[in-house]
Write a protein that binds this ligand. Sequence first.
Ligand code: NAP
Length: 248
Amino acid sequence: MTDKVVVITGGSRGIGRATAIAAASRGFRVVVGYASNLAAANEVVSIIEAKNGKAIAVKCDVGNEHDILALFKAADEFGTLGALVNNAGIVGPTSRVDEMSAERIQRMMAVNVTGSILCAREAVKRMSTRHGGKGGVIVNLSSVASKLGSPSTYVDYAASKGAIDSFTIGLGHEVAGEGIRVAAIRPGLIDTEIHASGGEPDRAQRLSHMVPMKRVGTADEIANAVVWLISDEASYVTSAILDVSGGR
Ligand code: NAP
């Protein structure tokens, strides 16, 4: 158990929601970031508080640096930062590259890549022993798309997750001597609303036959891996990428 603060971007729904609830059950004070769905974020806070945990909801579009600075300011007022989960991520509608607009690609990279790097910057400033911090953990949500490339679906998304893999390795090495561990999880097909936001609500179920385990995963199965990585049980794990994908 810990009483440190964990910042979870996109903590209002899906994998972030499950991670927020799981982290609170291990004693973390949870900052639930959300982009626009205040009701969903408040529900996560209520669930945590009903179990005597501590949580706050903070609006933060990670595509906006000003929002990120406000998110970490709120976290500072809530306690000592011990972990960041870079969970917020978006997909676009199914599309070939030769059909993609510059605006779509720029937004994809702004949210999935720049947002994660800026959040990590703020976390390192607070957790690194180089800056007087006490150490901590950063977990980035990548995707098996970084290996598969997602042809004719969303190559831009896959490329953004490839960037997250490289970022995880590099930042992990950069801060390994400063008390900070950095890891990524590559989920496979997980049953959340992200598929509906890409215009294909049944995508995960439809493709489940391609998973060696022949089923989609749950948000809780990803959350369990995240809370292990942010715990001391993973104390020798850094610059590591863990596939949680049913073998995909
Ligand atoms: P989801 O169900 O669509 O939930 C997305 C969450 O992120 C929501 O809390 C949403 O907030 C928030 N969000 C969306 N855009 C944001 C932005 N610009 N700034 C900050 N927060 C934002 O997604 P999910 O399936 O849980 O995915 C979570 C992460 O896992 C993503 O990085 C995704 O790429 C990765 N992943 C998912 C799967 C999968 O199959 N589900 C597979 C591989 C990787 P609001 O509630 O306010 O909208």
